[in-house]
Design a protein around this ligand. Structure first.
Ligand code: NAD
Length: 258
């Protein structure tokens, strides 16, 4: 259970972040919701309050260092402590073969996914040090193996970088009793692919199966649900995972074994 705990969730307005915000609040945590899209995060806050929980929304771009630092500070000031951080905001970025990716495409994906992870941890650590705490970073199975198709070089690199960063952070922060774990979802039914797989000419080049064919995940016969990821994040952030740090855990219905 997460009673008395204060949690920050980035990318809390949709998909995995939203499901986790609801899960943590149900477990008693007070949740600070950070998202680029304020309206989506406000809708999550209303859902949480409807189920009797407490939440606040701070609109912020997690890739903007100064804005993010202030957003984290505002949430901590609200409840005067911080225990848990779910570093989750991310984008697919432009999906294209390497020769078609521009340096700007590369920078955007690496900044939004990897630099933002560093920034979120950096600005949360001073507060987490006070009582110890727990951080979970959303990487992907694509950080650990090649995607079933082409065009994800920037995304996969950013997700592999998150794994390396998370392990270094686990080592460095252990003396403060701050745990850091990395989760690697397979395909999950969220909005992340909404604007990714739209260009027909590009689709032919990248050869990614856009819909989740039956059997693409042996356990689910399709894609997983955000709530299934949220249950794992809840466990890792809770005291039940008190001796687990520096791990990467797959939540992919065995997709990575295919
Ligand atoms: P989603 O698009 O449904 O939700 C992502 C949320 O992050 C959105 O609300 C968006 O507004 C927010 N966001 C994006 N960039 C932001 C920024 N710069 N600042 C603040 N907020 C920002 O996607 P999702 O699938 O829930 O993705 C969550 C995480 O899960 C991502 O890191 C993604 O890479 C990872 N992931 C997703 C899948 C999948 O199949 N859905 C698989 C593996 C990993």
């Amino acid at each position: 259970m997460m009673e008395q705990k204060v949690a920050i969730i980035t990318g809390a307005g949709s998909g995995i972040g939203k499901a986790t915000a609801l899960r943590l609040a149900k477990s008693g945590a007070k949740v600070g919701l950070i998202d680029l899209h304020e309206g989506d995060a406000v809708a999550v806050k209303e859902d949480i309050e409807h189920q009797g929980g407490e939440a606040i929304v701070v609109q912020a771009d997690v890739a903007d260092s100064a804005v993010l630092e202030k957003a984290i500070k505002r949430i901590v000031q609200r409840w005067e402590r911080l225990d848990s951080v779910f570093v989750n905001a991310g984008i697919n970025g432009r999906v294209a073969p390497i020769e078609d990716l521009s340096p700007e495409d590369w920078d955007q994906t690496l900044t939004m996914n990897l630099k933002s992870t560093f920034l979120t941890v950096k600005y949360a650590v001073p507060y987490l040090k006070e009582y110890g705490g727990s951080i979970v970073i959303t990487s992907s199975i694509n950080g650990n193996r090649t995607f079933t198709g082409f065009g994800m070089a920037a995304y996969s690199s950013s997700k592999a970088g998150q794994m390396a960063f998370g392990k270094m952070a686990a080592l460095e922060l252990a003396e403060y009793r701050i745990r850091v774990n990395i989760i690697c979802p397979g395909a999950i039914q969220t909005n992340i692919g909404e604007n990714t797989f739209t260009d027909e000419a590009n689709l032919a080049k990248i050869r990614i199966p856009v819909v989740f064919p039956e059997g693409s995940q042996p356990l689910e016969h399709g894609a997983g649900k955000p709530e299934q990821v949220a249950d794992l994040v809840h466990f890792l952030l809770s005291d039940e995972a008190s001796h687990i740090t520096g791990t990467e855990i797959f939540v992919d219905g065995a997709e990575s074994l295919l």
